[in-house]
Design a binder for this molecule. Structure first.
Ligand code: ZN
Length: 399
């Protein structure tokens, strides 16, 4: 009897903007050499699209986009461009050496952007989208259009703007929450509305680009995926303008860990998550917080005795992912004032000390006394404590 054939899960494309939106954040700029190193790593990570920069922004940015376009094969290479000929031409020239190239044209659509920044009426905005998307289509293999500040745009006008971009030839339609203002419920409703209303939407890829001003970038991106987004724009370590962008490691691991809920997949090589995060920290000199999900120093560390005992018996008691799966080494059992005997026995054994029950009790007390004054206990500290106890033990006549 033939078995039931399961449909393959749909793929969510990863559009990595570490080198553009990420790099725009204060303290995160990278020169061409650094961008090249990071781009090679993003390729290994499995990014589908690498936004290498904003060619018209500066000669350095132009140079970096061109260098990445020439050196990195596999992913599509993208440059950002405002909706004008000069920007689009600069993007096209910088992207020329790439095998697969995309120009990412953006224009503000929300009332505040139209009135305060662009000083354009709705009609003029639609006209600029039409003209510039058409112009970009002649200069690159594919064009992405972003309605900047989409989540604060009147839904009917947003739909009109996106329809115009599709009719002009854009094949990826990005709906950015430029200012990190939306919530999961709201973005789900807006993506659902666009899917149901925008003419031509079935022939293009809908994309989410969320900022973390309210700490919701990953949650909002996941809600957009649930409503049909099939590209998510993200960055390594979640870097980006102000509070940052959707963190690629968090998005990818949520989709993988809760495959039961999302039913989609990405092409990310998860073992490269740790190395990509560490390389970015090294290149920018900006560390991630210890409690950062997936890539923080504490993401797979356990100090509480009850947790340590559980993890030693079966890591699944307190870990929903394995650190080796995401290139983060092994789980760490940290000795401190909250830690327990099981972890101490294991750590002592690794240092060459086999502790029997009574010795373990004494060692445990010593460790806790030390930990009350120190933040954590390094191997050197533990060695000192254990050696002192062993010497005392021998003096007392034990063998
Ligand atoms: Zn952004």
């Amino acid at each position: 009897m033939a078995g039931r054939v399961e449909a393959a899960p749909e793929r969510v494309r990863i559009f990595d903007t570490t080198l553009r939106d990420g790099e725009q954040a204060p303290g995160f700029s990278m020169d061409t050499a650094a961008k090249l190193q990071m781009a090679a790593c993003l390729r290994e990570l499995g990014a589908d699209v690498i936004e290498a920069g904003f060619a018209a922004a500066s000669p350095g940015d132009f140079e970096a986009v061109r260098a990445v376009a020439a050196a990195v094969e596999g992913p599509t290479i993208c440059s950002l461009a405002r909706a004008n000929e000069a920007d689009i031409t600069a993007a096209a020239r910088a992207l020329a050496p790439a095998k697969a190239k995309r120009i990412h044209v953006f224009l503000g659509t929300s009332p505040i952007h139209r009135q305060a920044k662009l000083r354009m009426e709705k009609e003029a905005v639609l006209e600029a989208i039409e003209t510039n998307v058409r112009f970009a289509c002649e200069a690159a293999d594919e064009v992405e259009f972003s309605a900047e500040d989409a989540l604060r745009t009147e839904p009917e006008f947003l739909a009109q703007a996106l329809e115009t971009a599709i009719a002009a030839g854009a094949t990826t339609i990005n709906v950015p929450d430029t200012v990190g203002y939306t919530t999961p419920d709201e973005i789900f409703r807006i993506f659902s509305y666009l899917k149901a209303t925008v003419r031509g939407v079935e022939g293009v890829t809908l994309s989410a680009h969320c900022h973390d001003d309210l700490g919701l970038a990953v949650a909002n991106s996941l809600a957009a995926v649930q409503a049909g987004a099939r590209q998510v724009e993200c960055t390594v370590n979640g870097i980006g303008e102000r509070a940052g962008n959707c963190a690629v490691e968090e998005l990818v691991m949520a989709i993988a860990t809760r495959a039961d809920l999302f039913g989609v997949e990405t092409s990310v090589n998860r073992r490269m998550i740790g190395p990509a995060s560490r390389l970015l920290c090294e290149l920018t000199g900006q560390p991630v917080a210890a409690n950062k999900a997936i890539v923080g120093a504490n993401a797979f560390a356990h100090e509480a005795g009850i947790h340590q005992h559980g993890v030693l018996s079966d890591p699944r008691t307190y870990e929903i992912m394995r650190p080796c799966e995401v290139g983060m080494g092994e789980s760490r059992l940290v000795l401190g004032k909250h830690s327990g005997r099981h972890a101490l026995r294991k750590r002592a054994l690794a240092l060459g000390f086999e502790l029997h029950d009574n010795q373990l009790a004494v060692a445990c007390q010593e460790v806790k006394r030390f930990a009350d004054t120190a933040r954590s206990i390094a191997d050197a500290d533990l060695l000192r404590i254990l050696s002192r106890l062993a010497a005392r033990h021998e003096e007392a006549g034990h063998v």
